[in-house]
Design a protein around this ligand. Structure first.
Ligand SMILES: Cc1cc2nc3c(=O)[nH]c(=O)nc-3n(C[C@H](O)[C@H](O)[C@H](O)COP(=O)(O)O)c2cc1C
Length: 221
């Protein structure tokens, strides 16, 4: 086994400065996501989602971002899954992208709500048929007796719905509305760049009235 204590890497690809970053974290995120896609990093749209259960224990899993705008970051899943149950009890969650080749991380925290039925319907019906059947076939996060259960369920729902599976009532989207963003760029000698954006106090006179007003701060690495 390789010595884990000796595994280390120097990060030297780029820098992230106050001057060169956007004042709006959404624009900064859009730029970095596009750069990750352009650089053809593996699965640039994969993000880790952290939720917290009623027992106060955190849990994480990977999901795919399916959209983002000023309203928040969207992904799709099974509402009855572990993450769905945890979000039903506690809507605060965190997301993390790690674009290894670019030596970049984005962390996003906020409050989660379900997207509208119309939005979930539109996305569901844009998916390939086997994915739509899969949404019916998998009782996500439940214990099953074997893989055969999934294969049998897929065959059963495939025969039942043929080419027109409706969206399952337990399947749809979530949107995380960010109140805190962090952008991390690896630098030499562990002196990494970290910029955090947090919502400004919304007291009288805050912001321009055209959108949220963000405070950008540098954090020690
Ligand atoms: C690259 C990747 C992308 C994934 N995308 C999704 C997704 O968009 N939605 C989803 O429900 N699960 C997705 N999964 C599976 C989840 O990581 C996880 O196994 C599943 O959602 C069950 O999580 P839970 O039991 O914590 O609710 C993905 C897994 C990987 C590795």
């Amino acid at each position: 086994m390789t010595s884990l204590a000796d595994l280390r890497k120097s990060y030297e690809r780029a820098e992230l400065s106050e001057d060169a970053s956007h004042a709006d974290p959404l624009q900064q995120f859009a730029q970095w996501l596009q750069e990750a896609i352009t650089a053809e990093v593996p699965e640039p749209n994969a993000m880790t989602l952290a939720t917290v259960g009623s027992d106060l224990r955190p849990s994480t899993r990977v999901v795919l971002i399916k959209g983002f705008d000023a309203g928040g970051i969207v992904w799709y899943t099974n509402y009855a899954s572990r993450k769905g149950q945890e979000l039903a009890g506690n809507p605060f969650a965190a997301l993390q992208f790690h674009w290894v080749e670019l030596e970049r991380v984005v962390r996003i925290e906020g409050v989660v709500e379900k997207v509208s039925d119309a939005e979930s319907d539109a996305y569901f019906h844009s998916r390939p048929l086997d994915s739509r059947i899969g949404a019916w076939a998998s009782p996500q996060s439940e214990v099953i007796s074997g893989r055969g259960v999934l294969v049998a369920n897929a065959a059963r729902y495939g025969a039942k719905f043929l080419l027109q599976p409706p969206r399952p009532p337990h399947w749809g989207g979530y949107r995380l509305k960010p109140d805190n963003w962090q952008f991390w760029q690896g630098r030499k000698s562990r002196l990494h760049d970290r910029l955090r954006y947090r919502l400004a106090d919304t007291g009288a006179g805050a912001g321009t009235g055209t959108g949220p007003s963000w405070v950008r701060e540098r954090l020690a690495p």
